[in-house]
Design a protein around this ligand. Structure first.
Ligand code: GLN
Length: 360
């Protein structure tokens, strides 16, 4: 059935719905530039509420893999692509991207001129959009900009969950984590306890963690203003590693600021330099907001990593406390695994802390 994606600025891009056409669906239109990784994108909670446009023209062609889902749900409002392979290569199941989308109730709009659409978003900036069968009757009042919604509530775990059996205990504050984060920690010999994003300090203390991980998550970090004092208090007590939304929250908690990028970074080839070593990693990214480097003047946070394309802040370290953060995704899934080594940081920090306590 014929369908459209209509941008907030009035631009209309026709396409075809796979399966049943949905009722009008609103979201922020963003684009993902990776050549692979559609399944991980579809299940990454950071994409909650967004309409994701794939720049790679053929999506779904290598099928879906049961182990690759990053959460239990499909997260974006809709997926927009040039061509969707209806019968992708089958791994261990008969599932394809198209029938998973149908089961999840998430529409796929295909046959779209994604190049023209992405050029529009790049030029005008990320903006509201609707997928619809009827361009005449769009009621824009139904669109709630992403900055107005507390999306983290929808994706954070409701109950405390434990994974792995390792000797080092990491508590993961769940703002909408990707499963690959838990898997990466467990591979490094951790036991991981995932807790709701608003868990209070005494509950975290009672779990007796060796270290903390603050996860990725959807939306504007400033929506979590109310959590900042608690975040500051708890990360000041344990070695902490923070990724993406977690990184932004650490910056806000310690007196820095965040700003919105024009169209964000979403893809698998963002080059990031570690200023201390000169090492460059190709990184997986998915974010709209960044830490404003200038806002860190006078704080105890130092910029450790920078994006080579646009000089934006990609990593921070606290000058006094064992806290390190990155804006990008060392857990990959999708994307390159160059920066997987960053997971070692948290274990090194924990070891160092233990030595200090032992010799105190
Ligand atoms: N992947 C993430 O954690 C994204 C962080 C935040 N929602 C942003 O868009 O900037």
């Amino acid at each position: 059935m014929k369908g459209y994606i209509v941008l907030e600025n009035g631009e209309v891009f026709p396409g075809k719905f796979m399966g049943e056409p949905p009722a009008d669906l609103f979201g922020e239109a963003v684009f993902f530039t990776g050549m692979t990784g559609y399944q991980e994108v579809a299940t990454d909670p950071s994409y909650r509420g967004q309409i994701v446009v794939f720049t790679y023209p053929l999506i779904g062609n290598y099928g879906v893999h049961p182990d690759k889902d990053q959460s239990e749900e499909w997260q974006p409002r809709a997926l927009i692509m040039g061509e969707c392979a209806e019968d992708g290569y089958h791994y261990r199941s008969e599932e394809t991207l198209a029938n998973q989308a149908e089961n999840a109730g998430i529409p796929i709009l295909t046959d779209v001129d994604t190049r023209a659409l992405v050029k529009q978003i790049r030029t005008m900036g990320a903006m509201g959009a609707v997928v619809t069968t009827n361009t005449e009757h769009v009621v824009w009042e139904d669109y709630q900009p992403p900055g107005d919604q507390l999306l983290v509530q929808e994706v954070s775990t409701n109950e405390i969950q434990t994974y792995g059996t390792g000797d080092i205990h990491i508590v993961l504050l769940d703002f909408g984590h990707k499963k690959a984060m838990v898997e990466s920690l467990c591979e490094h010999g951790a036991k991981v306890t995932v807790v709701p994003y608003d868990t209070d300090v005494s509950t975290i203390q009672a779990l007796d963690p060796d270290g903390l991980l603050l996860s990725n998550g959807p939306g504007n970090p400033k929506q979590l203003q109310a959590q900042l004092p608690k975040i500051k208090a708890v990360v000041s007590q344990y070695p902490t590693f923070a990724i993406c939304l977690g990184h932004q929250l650490i910056a806000l908690a310690f007196g820095g600021d965040t700003v919105k990028l024009k169209f964000g970074h979403r893809g698998a080839n963002q080059p990031v330099i570690d200023k201390r070593t000169g090492r460059v990693d190709m990184t997986a990214q998915n974010h709209s907001y960044v830490v404003d480097g200038q806002s860190l003047d006078g704080t105890e946070l130092e910029v450790t990593h920078v994006n080579i394309n646009d000089d934006s802040v990609e990593g921070l370290a606290h000058q006094r406390l064992p806290i390190v953060t990155v804006q990008y995704h060392p857990e990959a899934n999708p994307g390159p695994e160059d920066s997987h080594h960053l997971f070692n940081n948290i274990f090194h920090m924990i070891e160092k802390e233990k030595e200090v306590t032992l010799h105190a």
